[in-house]
Design a protein around this ligand. Structure first.
Ligand SMILES: *[C@@H]1O[C@H](CO)[C@@H](O)[C@H](O)[C@H]1NC(C)=O
Ligand SMILES: *[C@@H]1O[C@H](CO)[C@@H](O)[C@H](O)[C@H]1NC(C)=O
Ligand SMILES: *[C@@H]1O[C@H](CO)[C@@H](O)[C@H](O)[C@H]1NC(C)=O
Ligand SMILES: *[C@@H]1O[C@H](CO)[C@@H](O)[C@H](O)[C@H]1NC(C)=O
Ligand SMILES: *[C@@H]1O[C@H](CO)[C@@H](O)[C@H](O)[C@H]1NC(C)=O
Ligand SMILES: *[C@@H]1O[C@H](CO)[C@@H](O)[C@H](O)[C@H]1NC(C)=O
Ligand SMILES: *[C@@H]1O[C@H](CO)[C@@H](O)[C@H](O)[C@H]1NC(C)=O
Ligand SMILES: *[C@@H]1O[C@H](CO)[C@@H](O)[C@H](O)[C@H]1NC(C)=O
Ligand SMILES: *[C@@H]1O[C@H](CO)[C@@H](O)[C@H](O)[C@H]1NC(C)=O
Ligand SMILES: *[C@@H]1O[C@H](CO)[C@@H](O)[C@H](O)[C@H]1NC(C)=O
Length: 819
């Protein structure tokens, strides 16, 4: 209120000044029309401008020149953007002129011509005193009694399709006034269209988008984040607030920077959009759309069903142990009507019911709910327990530190799995006593079934529902209260393979919205950005190219698979994020970037002395061995190359991008002959790539583009030739000091050559490689390498070779092999 007073005082001052000037009437009025004296009126040619020049009121013709409307638009913006319309139902048509003026007794009217009997629109106000009409700098048209005294009427009480900062969406219980947005019929017709956005106040208030009388979207109960799709980015420009008390319920927002111009509009197709004016380009830019993925549709999964946009299944019962689809056949065919029912009916009279806690849900429709903002969770449980029609309870508001009580008295409708903390909450659902004990049994069985299930999931590709849980934010677990009597349903098995899910907005913030300045690499699968999380942890975010045709399920498989692999010489996957088409992987950040940047750079390569290089070679070998043999899953990397080896701060190598190549179609690594010619990929193809990498590390030269004055061999051919002529030491990078250990150098070269032999059968496996690098024993004599001559590698055969088909995949190219 205080700031309102200040504003009014300022306006009072302006009005007084302007009052003196207003005797001289101009076409453009400023700030006020004092019409009691009949000396002022607004004709079609005139406009009324707010004191600071932000808004303008006047006549406009949105469609045909036939129809005139009185509206308010931004004054400072070149594109006429109407934010409010007075006579939206009743245009002034034809050639008839119109006037906006105040007529006795203090009524603001729009009338045809100058005829007080032909009123098109009116504010319906009456007053015994002098009445002023004023356009505020907030875009509010206000009819006041006296000068700046009592507000008789204001346009903010009658929103059209636009919610401006400071406007309220909701209801006042004192005056009964209800304010909602309603869309225009079309871009040319401001008459109310079929969409409305309003605050519903039966039960715990919630914001609802309707088409006609049908609810099409429900914003979950207010909990600090407005839209369920959220975006922290919205909060960068506005702060929203929801007031819920005995006298009123409303949502409002304000701009963090008052010089930003932004509006929230319900467009004629029912989309709710936040727009921001960008001065530099003189354009409105969309800032946020109310995300409407499949699961945002209202009540998709019916009673006790939850919708998840992360799985192809979409709907599932709140819990598959305690609930069953009412219509199993239909459910399987994606007909979810009927929803789910409890497997064991409640037996409330017996007084033995209990509650099961479910986490990360968008709380159900609160239309038939009851609430008390000051009750504790325990009191809440008590209250629900005592009333047999109470089906569930929860805290109201996660901001209140666990206060508030919300009870549901009907089937739980319109629930959605919310994969991160941006709005997911805990709900406690009433359950028959016999259903409360499952948990212990489940836990006991877990250890045994988990590996089997896990592999099954990967191989059959059924992981969809699992993924969501796998990819959950760790925070939740930490925050989860340890309340012995509540069971956290069947999640333990899922937790066993949990991978944190980061919200897209968190990552956007961490990377300065994927700013080009933060970009540290561009790979076959997308771009990599450096980021810093709020707690100061440095991360690398791989934003996978959205052109990838890979399905969500495949992606999930991949991610679960990758996250299981942990080795000192593999880059650690910290988490993932999915938002619509956006798929992101979060890795630990490697300060020394990739090996190729170091190795092939004249300046930086001197950092790599022989000891470091030998360590890198051994580290890569160990990492690859782990992938091939030691991990529970056996992985062929398929894309091993210098740019896929990252270096930590101590120059320890870590292999990246493992498990990605097949799904993301990337493969410009070091192709083995059998792959390039026949498209056959095996563990030995990785060994070939490793050999090339070893020779590159030793020589400091790229295999591709290698030139030599004496012959046209590529690096492999050159190394082979030097080796046979007993000149191996000539291969070594000139930047290496003479102090390098020549027996290690020669051993590495021989191992490299053994790995790149033409025939896959001749190449050693990685465990032999690790052994050979690590001890002094005698080595085999390498045979001629594959791809000896540069020409072949770049020949037509290679570039036209096709990717293995799925059938060969299954037989010879199996990427993930169960042991
Ligand atoms: C104006 O509107 C009225 C009522 O809709 C209609 O009868 C009349 O013909 C219109 N006049 C013109 C000139 O369009
Ligand atoms: C409208 O009518 C009033 C008297 O009712 C008169 O004073 C005023 O000049 C008229 N204005 C126009 C634009 O005709
Ligand atoms: C004024 O009253 C009329 C008739 O009751 C009504 O149709 C109109 O909507 C009211 N105008 C406003 C601005 O409320
Ligand atoms: C209305 O304003 C006039 C001067 O503008 C003043 O003389 C008159 O007393 C005012 N009437 C009331 C009821 O305030
Ligand atoms: C309800 O909230 C509004 C806005 O914060 C406040 O002005 C009003 O006094 C509150 N009413 C009650 C009963 O707390
Ligand atoms: C507010 O926005 C204006 C224009 O966009 C900008 O120049 C100014 O720096 C911003 N102020 C703050 C405090 O961010
Ligand atoms: C409403 O918004 C949606 C989403 O931005 C857009 O696709 C649609 O074209 C808009 N409708 C109109 C009539 O502008
Ligand atoms: C009701 O409670 C009694 C004991 O209090 C128990 O023996 C009986 O099995 C319960 N009935 C059901 C249906 O759970
Ligand atoms: C809400 O709960 C508090 C604390 O239990 C209680 O004092 C208050 O009377 C309750 N209000 C209503 C309306 O039930
Ligand atoms: C249970 O709650 C419902 C809905 O609020 C209410 O109508 C009913 O009276 C309550 N029953 C008891 C026993 O308190």
């Amino acid at each position: 209120m205080r700031h309102l007073n200040v504003r009014i005082l300022m306006e009072k001052a302006t009005i007084l000044v302007l009052f003196l000037f207003s005797l001289h009437i101009q076409k453009i009025y400023t700030a006020e029309i004092d019409l009691i004296s009949d000396s002022k009126f607004l004709t079609e040619a005139d406009t009324l401008v707010s004191p600071g020049g932000n808004f303008e009121l006047g006549f406009f013709r949105p469609g045909s020149p036939e129809n005139k409307y009185v509206g308010i638009w931004y004054k400072k913006i070149s594109v006429q953007t109407v934010v409010w319309v007075a006579n939206r139902d009743f245009p002034v048509n034809g050639s008839s002129s119109a006037t906006l003026r105040i007529i006795s007794p203090g009524n603001l009217v729009l009338m045809k011509g100058n005829d007080t009997n032909d009123v098109i629109w009116s504010s319906n106000t009456t007053s015994s005193g002098n009445v002023t009409v004023q356009l505020d700098d907030t875009g509010n048209l206000v009819v006041r009694e006296g000068i700046g005294e009592k507000i008789l009427w204001q346009s903010f009480d009658y929103p059209t399709d636009t919610l401006l900062p400071g406007m309220k969406l909701g209801r006042s219980f004192l005056t009964g006034k209800e304010r909602h947005l309603s869309s225009w019929k079309s871009n040319q017709d401001p008459a109310p269209g079929e969409f409305t956005w309003s605050a519903e106040t039966s039960g715990y208030p919630q914001i609802i988008l309707k088409q006609g009388t049908t609810v099409i979207f429900r914003g979950g109960p207010w909990n600090d984040v407005w839209f369920s799709g959220d975006s922290a980015s919205t909060r960068n420009i506005v702060t929203g607030d929801m007031v819920i008390n005995e006298t009123e319920v409303y949502y409002t927002y304000s701009l963090l920077n008052s010089s930003v111009i932004s509006r929230l509009v319900l467009n004629s197709s029912g989309q709710l959009e936040r727009w921001v004016w960008v001065t530099d380009v003189n354009k409105w830019q969309i800032f946020l759309q109310l995300e409407r993925d499949f699961c945002d549709g209202y009540n998709i999964c019916y009673g006790y069903g939850t919708c998840s946009s992360l799985t192809s299944k979409r709907c599932s019962c709140l819990d598959e142990i305690r609930f069953v689809p009412r219509n199993q056949k239909g459910w399987e065919m994606a007909d979810w009507s009927g929803g789910c029912v409890r497997r064991t009916p409640l037996d409330c009279k017996n007084g033995t019911d209990g509650f099961i806690k479910y986490s990360n849900v968008k709380l159900p429709d609160t239309e038939s709910s009851w609430y008390n903002v000051s009750m504790s969770l325990n009191e809440c449980k008590e209250k629900c327990f005592k009333n047999c029609t109470c089906m569930a309870y929860s805290n109201i508001d996660i901001r209140r530190g666990g206060n508030g009580c919300l009870l549901w008295f009907s089937e739980l409708l319109d629930m959605k799995e919310v994969p991160d903390s941006n709005g997911g909450q805990d709900i406690f659902v009433r359950m028959a006593s016999s259903e409360l004990v499952h948990e212990k049994k489940e836990r006991a069985n877990l250890k045994i079934i988990l590996p089997v299930v896990f592999l099954g999931v990967l191989l059959i590709g059924l992981s969809s529902t699992w993924f969501h849980y796998a990819c959950r934010k760790r925070h939740h677990q930490q925050l989860r209260k340890d309340s012995g009597e509540f069971f956290d349903v069947g999640r333990s098995q899922r937790d066993a393979m949990e991978l944190p899910l980061f919200s897209f907005s968190t990552l956007a913030r961490a990377t300065a919205r994927f700013s080009p300045d933060n970009k540290i690499g561009e790979g076959g699968f997308g771009s990599v950005y450096k980021g810093v999380l709020e707690e100061g942890l440095e991360i690398a975010v791989k934003r996978l190219s959205t052109t990838s045709s890979q399905g969500l399920d495949e992606f999930k498989n991949e991610v679960i698979c990758i996250s299981k692999l942990q080795h000192r010489n593999l880059v650690r996957l910290l988490g993932c994020s999915i938002l619509g088409d956006e798929k992101l992987l979060i890795y630990e950040y490697m300060p020394n970037r990739s090996l190729d940047l170091c190795l092939f750079d004249k300046k930086r390569s001197s950092q790599l002395d022989w000891t470091t290089r030998f360590n890198i070679i051994k580290g890569i070998a160990r990492g690859l061995l782990y992938l091939h043999q030691d991990s529970r899953l056996r992985i062929i990397h398929r894309d091993l190359k210098a740019s896929n080896v990252l270096l930590d701060k101590d120059m320890n190598p870590k292999i990246s991008d493992f498990g990605m190549a097949r799904s993301f179609g990337g493969n410009d690594g070091y192709m083995s002959p059998e792959y390039a010619l026949d498209g056959v990929f095996s563990f030995k193809s990785d060994v070939f790539s490793f050999g090339v990498l070893v020779l590159e590390i030793v020589s400091g030269k790229r295999n591709r583009g290698f030139m030599h004055s004496e012959h046209d061999n590529n690096l492999l051919g050159h190394a082979w030739r030097m080796h046979n002529e007993g000149r191996s030491m000539e291969l070594i990078d000139t930047s290496l000091s003479q102090s390098s250990n020549s027996s290690e150098v020669i051993r590495s070269i021989i191992v490299g050559l053994l790995c790149v032999q033409q025939s896959p059968e001749d190449r050693p496996n990685m465990s032999s490689v690790v052994l050979m690098l690590g001890n002094e024993g005698i080595l085999q004599k390498p045979k001629q390498p594959g791809f000896f001559i540069e020409r072949i590698l770049h020949g037509a055969d290679v570039s036209s070779c096709s990717y293995p088909t799925s059938s060969t995949n299954d037989l010879t190219v199996t990427e993930v092999v169960a042991r």
